[in-house]
Unconditional design. Structure first.
Length: 265
């Protein structure tokens, strides 16, 4: 089976890029299952029900997130009722929502998606390594295809997660930095890995934010409220082929698409 995993959707430009490219990518890569990180989907920070439903209706199967998941207060009730929206599993146990999704593809293949958040240069959380390991243990070997979104800052922590879970899950992808890395690979145990999927959104700013606002803060040391950039929308992600009988990855291909010519809205 083939799965499509798409990097952090940022604001309206990111949603437009996703909508414009998704069906084409599904057909081109014969994708049977689609995972998208949506923690920046609503105005660049967080998620709201209208945006989540828009993304699901476009054909996404599971939405993962990260440190901005609760930036919009509307997300709290939405994540409680929408099982296809995940927050990091290693958040406090009584946080709204869940960090694992278990279900099947349209053809009946069992799939699990695990969302964890890193700790290096990130807000405090429980250990993502132990959290992921517990989740895999609780699945009890009954599901072969397991996808992990490790939302983290440090490349070392992400690669460590890939090595830690190699052979126990099908895919480990990094999200959060909004810069696509060129290290897609199949690890020795059969796990597909990439340090960061990249960003689906505007690339004319600084990781999705208007450049002048970022420079005001970095150069002049003045406060500036960040606003989502608008130009050069691109879609970033990977497609992974998995042997559903073993859960091992067969191949991983990086995707980077200029979405501007495809957007008609």
């Amino acid at each position: 089976m083939r799965v499509l995993i798409i990097g952090d959707v940022v604001g309206k430009p990111g949603r437009q890029a996703l909508s414009a490219c998704l069906e084409m990518l599904r057909k081109t890569h014969e994708a049977e299952f689609i995972v998208v990180n949506v923690e920046n989907a609503a105005a660049g920070a967080g998620i709201v029900p209208r945006v989540g439903e828009e993304i699901l209706q476009a054909g996404v199967d599971v939405m993962t997130s990260g440190n901005h998941i609760f930036d919009k207060k509307e997300a709290i009730q939405y994540i409680e009722t929408e099982a296809r929206l995940l927050r990091p599993l290693n958040y406090p146990a009584d946080s709204p929502g869940r960090g694992v999704w278990v279900g099947t593809t349209n053809s009946g293949t069992p799939v699990a998606v695990i969302n964890v958040q890193g700790r290096v240069f990130m807000p405090p959380t429980d250990c993502p390594f132990r959290a992921a390991e517990r989740a895999i243990s609780e699945l009890g070997g009954r599901i072969r295809v397991i996808i992990v979104d490790h939302h983290a800052e440090a490349t070392s922590e992400k690669l460590a997660m890939g090595r830690f879970l190699d052979g126990r899950v099908s895919v480990v992808v990094g999200t959060h930095t909004h810069v696509q890395t060129a290290d897609e690979q199949i690890l020795p145990g059969g796990t597909a890995y990439i340090t960061d999927l990249g960003m689906t959104g505007p690339h004319d700013g600084v990781i999705g934010v208007e450049s002048d606002l970022v420079m005001t803060r970095l150069i002049r040391g003045l406060p500036a409220r960040f606003e989502t950039a608008t130009g050069q929308p691109r879609l970033h992600g990977v497609t992974v082929e998995i042997d559903e009988r073993t859960g091992k990855a067969i191949s991983i291909e990086r995707i980077s698409i200029d979405a501007e010519p495809l957007i008609t809205e």
